[in-house]
Write a protein that binds this ligand. Structure first.
Ligand code: ZN
Ligand code: ZN
Length: 372
């Protein structure tokens, strides 16, 4: 079999990078695979050509040799046994890569990729919502070629294989009659156009990487890990391709003072034994305000007191949840002799059994000490 130009076979430009070559190969191998085209010798022939072309272009040494000499002599004729990567071939049949044709007229071109940024916000920003600027790494239409991908900004030539349609249809005879299938054009990858003189700035890709500032409006009440969808702020598309979208993943900065459960915030009040016993008025720090809280006399450890409306709003705003204050009662430690005396008297006054104390304290001997 005489060797053909592998770039032509795969329908890629001479400056195509490894990803472009691989995806062109996958598309074509899927299209011409003998299982998909039984009893079609021309498809089988094409399938072998595609495999041979890929084995040259996927190998930097062979590719360089071809670029210099125009020879693919070393290229194996059968992709299954060639130097190509078998796993690449399996990918073709197990769903990796782009989906196939599908019905209706395709938009000619390539959609832009989606972009993602992570944004860390505070709890008070959850209450108010914010407008902010995020930095997005994406691809923008190349200004050197105005997104045509052709040096000098000329229009790319209409693909002769598909006459600019971006897809080709094949009619096959099957046992149920003639079946028409459409597939992306192998020559132009569905672009409808071919670039013979690629733009140097973007290497014919029509887009170049950029770092952009994008204004986003974050509504109040979002959850940790929520994603804001900003349509059209991803990478620019090529040709009639649509721009990608931007996804802003929201993280709420850790605030040790609060725990969040939906719209309810929880905070802990460390109260003294005296405060919990006698009652008190204390200041509680909320997210965006300070509250005076009455601790009723006789508050038990673990008691929860709600401050209405000091929690978080529902998504997009509305009546706020509560801030729940959980009262911890600190039992006094390291008592002086005078304090010990008072507490014993206190117990006596209340008619309680006077505790024996532990051995470490040396007060009255251990609570659990062994009997002699
Ligand atoms: Zn360009
Ligand atoms: Zn085409």
């Amino acid at each position: 079999m005489p060797s053909k130009d592998p770039y032509e076979v795969l329908g890629v430009s001479r400056s195509a990078d490894a990803d472009e070559i691989k995806s062109a190969y996958r598309r074509l191998a899927r299209r011409y695979h003998p299982d998909v085209n039984p009893n079609d010798p021309s498809a089988e022939e094409k399938f072998k050509e595609v495999g041979a072309a890929y084995s040259v272009l996927s190998d930097p040494t062979k590719r360089a040799r071809f670029d210099q000499t125009g020879s693919t002599d070393d290229a194996p004729q059968d992709p299954f046994f060639g130097g190509g990567n078998i796993s690449d071939l399996f990918d073709v049949f197990f769903g990796a890569g782009n989906g196939g044709g599908g019905g209706g007229r395709r938009r000619v071109g390539r959609d832009g990729e989606d972009a993602r940024v992570d944004l860390q916000l505070t709890l008070s920003e959850v209450i108010t919502g914010i407008q902010t600027e995020v930095t997005v790494n994406r691809k923008a239409t190349c200004t050197s070629c105005n997104g045509t991908g052709v040096e000098g900004g000329k229009a790319p030539e209409t693909c002769t294989t598909c006459r600019g349609q971006g897809q080709v249809s094949t009619v096959r005879n099957t046992f149920i009659g003639q079946v028409r299938t459409s597939a992306p054009c192998p020559t132009c990858h569905g672009n409808g156009t071919v670039i013979k003189d690629p733009c140097k700035a973007c290497k014919g890709r029509a887009v170049i990487p950029e770092t952009a500032k994008v204004n986003v409006t974050i509504p109040p009440g979002f959850d940790d890990g929520a994603t804001l969808h900003v349509p059209g702020q991803g990478s620019d598309g090529v040709g009639e391709g649509r721009p990608g979208d931007l996804y802003v993943v929201l993280q709420i900065a850790n605030d040790r003072r609060f725990q969040r459960h939906g719209q309810t915030l929880y905070t802990i009040l460390e109260s003294t034994f005296a405060q919990a016993t006698l009652g008190d008025r204390v200041e509680i720090e909320g997210v965006d305000d300070t509250f005076e809280l009455t601790v009723p006399a006789g508050t038990q450890p673990g008691t929860q007191i709600a401050i209405k409306g000091a929690g978080l709003p529902p998504l997009h705003g509305g009546r706020r949840g509560d801030l729940v204050v959980q009262v911890n009662v600190k039992v006094p430690q390291k008592l002086s002799d005078a304090e010990v005396k008072l507490i014993r008297e206190f117990a006596e006054l209340r008619g309680e059994a006077v505790p024996k104390g532990d051995e470490k304290g040396g007060i009255l001997g251990g609570l659990f000490h062994k009997k002699r």
